[in-house]
Structure formats: C-alpha cells, structure tokens
Design a protein around this ligand. Sequence first.
Ligand code: NAP
Length: 248
Amino acid sequence: MSDESVAPDAPVALVTGGGTGIGAACCRRLAGEGFRVAIHYRSSEEKAKKLASELDGAFTVKADLTDPRTLDALIKELKEVAGQVDVLVNNAGYNENAPMLAMKLEQYDAVASVARGTWYLTKLILRRFMLRKGTGRIINISSVVGHTGNPGQVPYTMVKAGLDAFTKSVALELSGRDILINSIAPGFIDTEMTEDLPEEVKEAILAKIPMGRTGNADEIADVVAFLATRGNYINGSVLHVNGGMYGG
Ligand code: NAP
C-alpha cells in the first residue's frame, strides 16, 4: 500500500483485474478522482503491487473468480482493510479462442466460470456493503462482440452478452435505490489481450471501425470514471465505446 495522503473517508473502488490493461487504467483514473482503490488481481501480482505503490491509498487484493471461496475471503479482507466498497468495476474477463466444433468443454467452463464469479462477487458486494449503505455504483466491462458475435469466440460472446443482460436484470431488482449498475461495451482496445492477434485479423477489425483506429485503455477508464462519479441518471444501460463499430 502506498502512503495514506488520500482522504481517510475517501470512497472505495474495487477494480477486478486491476493489475493489467483496461483495469489498470481504471485504477489510475479512479485514484485521480479521489477514490481509495482496491486493485484486485489473480496472477498479475507484481504489476498490481507496483501500481498500488504508485497510487495514494491503493492496496491489492487477490482472488480467483472461478473459486467462490477466494471471493468469500476477499469480502472479509475488504471489510477489514477498507470497511466499505462504494464502486465495483467488474473488469476481469477471460477468453479462449477456438472454432465452435473444436472448442472443448473445459475451455467453455474456463470462460463461463469467470462470469459466474462476477455474478457471485457482485452479489456479495451488494449484500455486505452497498445495500447496507444504500448507495453504490457497479460498472461491468462487457464487449462489442457480445452484440456482434465473433467467430472463434462463442463462449466469450455468450458471456459478454450475458453480462449486459445481468446489468439490466440487476438494475430492475435494485429499483428505488441509489445503487446504479451499467455496462461499458468496449470495441477493439490495445491491451495484452489483443496484442497477440494475427496481423490479418487486426486489419480486418480496423476496417470495421469508422474512426479508423483502435481504442486505448484510458478511453475506457474515462467512461468508468464518469459512471463512478457522475452519470447519476444512467442505469441498466450499455454504453458502447468502440469508435463507431457496429453496436456504437
Ligand atoms: P487483460 O489485461 O488480459 O485483463 C484481463 C484481466 O482479467 C486480468 O487482469 C486478469 O487478472 C483478470 N482475470 C482473468 N481471469 C481471472 C480469474 N479467473 N479470476 C480473477 N481475475 C481474472 O485484458 P483487457 O483487454 O484489459 O481486458 C479487460 C476487460 O475488458 C475484460 O473483461 C475483457 O473481456 C474486456 N474487453 C477487452 C477488449 C479489448 O479489446 N482489449 C474489448 C472488449 C472487452 P490477472 O492478470 O491478475 O490474472
């Protein structure tokens, strides 16, 4: 944890997958907005700890979204260390690439169990923190491909479309409360998740983006920060941040 110059009563934001890519950009941006940031990681310990050392008041927490026991432990830790979670950014995600007919059950399960963990974590955060306080903001990072489909990513597209449906259903269940939940559906964003794609795949994607360029993680983090701090009449929505790709 870095020094404690962040206000003692600063609101707390938990960012899953906060050690890398879009999640790390969200952590930086939310810290800049005065949040005390809980940087969640599963395997990127070094990156998460380095980032925490750069952000006032930030701290790291570890959990595997596929293992509910680690999420139960995470909630206990958050209660002890921060006492509250005001903003939850469900950013962590996992993809397996394979054509429908070659995709194995284990690969499907690996993708789907991260989505199950997102559901379970959100339930715990609501129950332990947000419903007790009566306010909260939940921001889910889905994807344009949940709307367009994508060959070779059938489970991933199912999960991302499901995440947007999750956003809408939870918003309805939370009716009448100051707890707002929204999705951000990024288009093609330059991160480690996308850097290994073959050149011809990248070119084919670029051809579909009216702005003629890929996005960057800060452009997603800007919208996350907006929903976390303003956007007080946006609820159950999917915000498309994709340079004008289909779905935007
Ligand atoms: P990334 O750097 O690979 O981030 C994925 C994050 O998910 C990592 O920080 C990883 O944590 C975490 N994660 C994966 N499996 C996990 C598990 N079982 N338990 C806990 N955490 C787990 O890629 P990114 O591009 O920043 O992606 C962030 C989000 O944006 C994802 O949900 C992705 O689907 C979505 N998205 C990305 C793009 C894009 O073009 N980049 C487009 C649309 C949507 P560790 O590294 O600590 O294991």
